[in-house]
Design a protein around this ligand. Structure first.
Ligand code: KIV
Ligand code: NA
Length: 263
């Protein structure tokens, strides 16, 4: 097996929908690897794995630790690692230095960063120098402080040209795909029609060229998932039952039993 490449993902525009999930650790990544086209090591790991309120506090080293784990656990999917807040906004040169560090340390195939037209110069700088970039527009969680929270985008039609211009700008700058997060359905369709690269939707309707969800959300590990999540699993309840059964067994001395004892 060889890994799915960046050009293969880019070539899926308008074709068979691109399947993607996040993963932050080796064992879940190995499962996702058998089914997804690309796996995102998202900075959502700050909230999901580390209990942070937002993604703003995620350090670069943490992305590298989880990125390595996911690359090691997989062999087929393209691995994309999120650039965390503060690691790429300052200048194209700073972005290149940090993105190159992420790629060297994790051996991932691409990075993702948030922002539209304002990041176009940086996206051009990275892609010209060998770093494939996935863009991320619409609801951009790293800007939650300036946006006043996590807000669905495009409810007002006046904002549509701005979002469409963001998509066109990152595509022209060389991004190979765009995550569109938390935008109303007709805007997601217009953005998808406006760019020659695949759009990957999360809370952005079925009109995108692919979909992504946070794995823990779709597995039922998040007690309060966002509206756009379809919950496919029941892992929260399963873990609860297993832990409860273990606790009972220990208290009643029924674990370990003959099967788990060295004679
Ligand atoms: O960090 C993340 O998980 C993401 C996806 C939700 C697109 O950026
Ligand atoms: Na992210």
């Amino acid at each position: 097996v060889r890994r799915i490449t960046v050009p293969e993902i880019a070539g899926r525009k308008g074709g068979q929908p691109i399947v993607s999930l996040t993963s932050y650790h080796a064992h879940t990544a190995a499962i996702v690897d058998r089914h997804a086209d690309f796996i995102l090591v998202g900075d959502s790991l700050g909230m999901v794995m580390h209990g942070m309120e937002t993604t703003v506090g995620v350090p670069l080293d943490l992305m590298i630790m989880h990125g390595r784990a996911v690359v090691r656990g997989t062999r087929r999917a393209l691995i994309v690692v999120d650039m965390p807040f503060g690691s790429y906004e300052e200048s194209p040169a700073a972005a290149f230095r940090n993105a190159a560090h992420v790629m060297k340390e994790t051996q991932c195939g691409a990075v993702k960063l948030e922002g539209g037209a304002r990041m176009a110069e940086t996206i051009r700088f990275l892609t010209d120098r060998g770093i494939p970039v996935m863009a991320h527009i619409g609801l951009t969680p790293q800007s939650s402080h300036t946006m006043g929270g996590f807000r669905t985008q495009g409810r007002d039609r006046e904002s549509w040209p701005h979002h469409i211009a963001d998509a066109v700008a990152v595509a022209e700058a060389g991004a190979f795909a765009i995550v569109i997060e938390g935008v109303v359905e007709p805007l997601a369709r217009e953005i998808t029609e406006a760019v020659p690269i695949p759009t990957i939707g999360i809370g952005a309707s079925a009109h995108c060229d692919g979909q992504i969800l946070v794995l823990e959300d779709m597995l039922g590990l998040n007690a309060r998932p966002p509206k756009f999540v379809k919950v496919y699993g029941d892992l929260g309840a399963q873990i609860e039952r297993a832990v409860e059964a273990y606790a009972t067994d220990v208290r009643e001395r029924t674990f370990p039993d003959d099967n788990q004892v060295y004679r």
